[in-house]
Design a protein. Structure first.
Length: 279
């Protein structure tokens, strides 16, 4: 299994075009097979608990609490981004400055779209925020277009270098911080498939017969594997001509356009007032 799937295909074939199906058996046989798999699932859950236990015992490294971010009210510090809570989870959103909405990071759009209700995090003293690796005004128009509601800040230049010291800037990162008074510490970070912790769609897909339908998966011969990890791009002879998936956008953008939202980020000229909001 690859750690970083890179295929950017089109949508999977309609179910009526799929010739390959799982074997059909009696209920008792099905239950025996499922019970066998359940043993492995429980072991996987327990191993996950053990890994989380080890994660809670990691050491931490101190971070400058005064590193600058840009938010809706201008400059603020990393410490202020905690909003008074003890912990902060920050997702570092990749940004392509000067590019239109359709060319922004599909992976970052995918995971950010999954994060909606924050009250459960808040109940444990955890703040969640997005730190965009690009200019605030341009990226905030994308945030508004997507209809997101979590705190959104810009981290650029020396602040971004210090926050992601020793790591590949321009890649999706999920970082955890802990506050002790006015001191800030980094306790954990992950990237690439590690950010799947933010997503529920793939977790649900993994429960289905055809899984994620991506080429990197170990599936039986003939299983549909024509999907993109995060972007719809139909048109190749190898992909079915499904008209509802026009070419070349992060998947979550299509519903926003259908809702009447404008994706004008001002990259081809000054955006009109309120052009990024839904009608």
């Amino acid at each position: 299994m690859n750690d970083e799937p890179t295929n950017l295909g089109g949508p999977a074939a309609d179910a009526t075009n799929v010739a390959h199906l799982p074997a059909v058996v009696e209920r008792a046989t099905f239950q025996v097979e499922l019970d066998g798999l359940r043993v492995r699932e429980k072991a996987h859950t327990h191993q996950g608990d053990a890994i989380a236990s080890a994660r809670r015992r990691l050491p931490m490294v101190e971070v400058d609490p005064n590193l600058e971010l840009i938010g809706p009210d201008g400059s603020l510090t990393l410490l202020e981004a905690f909003e008074g809570r003890r912990q902060l989870i920050a997702y570092y959103f990749m940004w392509h400055t000067g590019h239109p909405a359709a060319e922004q990071c599909e992976g970052c759009t995918w995971v950010t779209t999954q994060v909606a209700e924050l009250s459960y995090l808040h109940s444990r003293g955890i703040t969640y925020a997005v730190f965009c690796q690009g200019p605030y005004e341009e990226s905030k128009r994308y945030y508004d277009f997507m209809g997101w509601e979590m705190p959104w800040y810009s981290a650029q230049g020396s602040s971004l270098d210090a926050l992601l010291v020793g790591r590949h800037i321009g890649r999706m990162h999920l970082v955890c911080y802990l506050r002790d008074g006015d001191r800030v510490f980094e306790t954990y970070w992950t990237t690439v498939r590690g950010v799947e912790a933010m997503d529920y769609s793939y977790a649900l897909m993994d429960l289905t017969a055809y899984g994620r339908q991506e080429t990197w998966e170990d599936s039986p011969p003939g299983w549909p594997q024509q999907c993109s990890i995060t972007r719809s791009r139909a048109g190749s002879p190898d992909w079915p001509p499904i008209a509802v998936w026009p070419e070349g956008r992060p998947i979550a953008q299509w519903s926003r356009l259908e809702a009447g939202c404008s994706d004008d980020l001002g990259t081809t000229g000054p955006p009109s007032e309120g052009s990024h909001h839904c009608h």
